[in-house]
Design a protein around this ligand. Structure first.
Ligand code: AVI
Length: 324
């Protein structure tokens, strides 16, 4: 997916390596140090993320699947006859499958992801299960403008689907920019269905990002391992520690990698110095209320239309209609 791409490619191409190198060197030279979360998702990181979704503490994926199963028919009522369903950052299409079963009259399903190989493969697996459905994968960065296939453009209306609370990994201004871009791509009359994690007791949030089995810690530390693998980095993974905590003021989980000692690390020929306790900020995962996401969406020309949640109100699926 996109800027937050879950790329399963084992061998990145040269352009990707140089963007990676430039972003890593810029982030590690900044104060405070940071690394973009989109780089979590190499082949190893994507596998670790799949494991995170199965952890007992990590409730979002289970809650969202449950909402889709319980309210799929109701959600499908928001999708007009003959619509084209456009999934932003589709990854494995696992969640879309539940919706597709409830939507027999779609013109097309358009999974969009930056990892072309992955969505082409998913499309091949989807077609035999949905024989009448036109599956039209598009390789694109969902944070930028991109054209839809002609048959999706010709459909009477387009419906966007953005599950997984990936919107929470954007900074709020980036989330607003994403929503505006989605509105331009989907066009007039569009509906957007977004899966978003909700604010909840701090203990539940902290546990979800500090699992007992240490998978999230490995996912976070894999960023340093990836720098070692691809940029000739010399990070000693035992000299850094996973830190994740809920920042109540900013309504977000923050993930950091903390240096356990004063140390120097080489990356792409540059020397990076760390103080003991200094951290690299690797991810924010914003938690919204129905109202706060509604306000953000309104500011980006989307009118709140419906909300579905699980019984504990841990997670939500929210529908919006494009204004004007
Ligand atoms: C992909 N994204 C919605 C996950 C999240 O919860 O923010 C990424 C993640 N980071 C640590 N655990 C899961």
């Amino acid at each position: 997916m996109v800027a937050l791409a879950r790329s399963r490619r084992a061998f990145p191409q040269n352009a990707e390596i140089s963007a990676f190198e430039a972003d890593v060197l810029a982030g590690l030279s900044a104060t405070p140090k940071r690394l973009p979360p989109k780089y979590f998702y190499d082949a190893v990181g994507s596998r670790l993320f799949e494991r995170i979704t199965l952890l007992p503490e990590y409730y979002p994926t289970r809650c969202e699947m449950q909402i889709l199963r319980e309210h799929g028919a109701d959600i499908a009522h928001r999708v007009a006859e003959g619509a084209a369903l456009v999934e932003f950052g589709s990854g494995s299409s696992k969640k879309a499958r539940i919706l597709l079963r409830a939507l027999p009259s779609l013109t097309a399903y358009v999974p969009v992801d930056i990892c072309g190989e992955m969505i082409e493969q998913e499309a091949r697996e989807l077609r035999p299960d949905f024989p009448g459905l036109n599956v039209l994968p598009v390789t694109a960065d969902i944070t930028k403008p991109f054209p839809l296939p002609p048959s999706a453009q010709a459909a009477p209306v387009r419906v966007g689907f953005f599950p997984g609370s990936t919107i929470g990994n954007f900074e709020p201004h980036e989330a607003a920019a994403f929503l505006r871009n989605a509105g331009r791509i989907l066009g007039s009359g569009a509906t957007l269905i977004v899966g978003v994690d909700l604010v909840k007791p701090t203990e539940v949030l902290n546990a979800a990002y500090n699992d007992a089995a240490g998978v999230t810690a490995r996912f976070n530390l894999n960023l340093l391992a990836r720098i070692n693998r691809e940029l000739g980095g010399t990070f000693n993974l035992d000299a850094f520690e996973h830190h994740a905590f809920y920042n109540r003021e900013r309504h977000r989980i923050e993930m950091h990698l903390a240096s356990l000692k004063r140390q120097k690390v080489k990356v792409a020929g540059e020397t990076i110095e760390f103080r003991a306790g200094e951290t690299i900020h690797t991810e924010n995962s914003y938690k919204y209320s129905v109202e706060s996401l509604g306000a953000l969406a309104r500011g980006a020309s989307w009118r709140p239309a419906a909300v579905w949640t699980d019984a504990r109100k841990y997670f939500s699926i929210q529908a919006f209609t494009l204004m004007g």
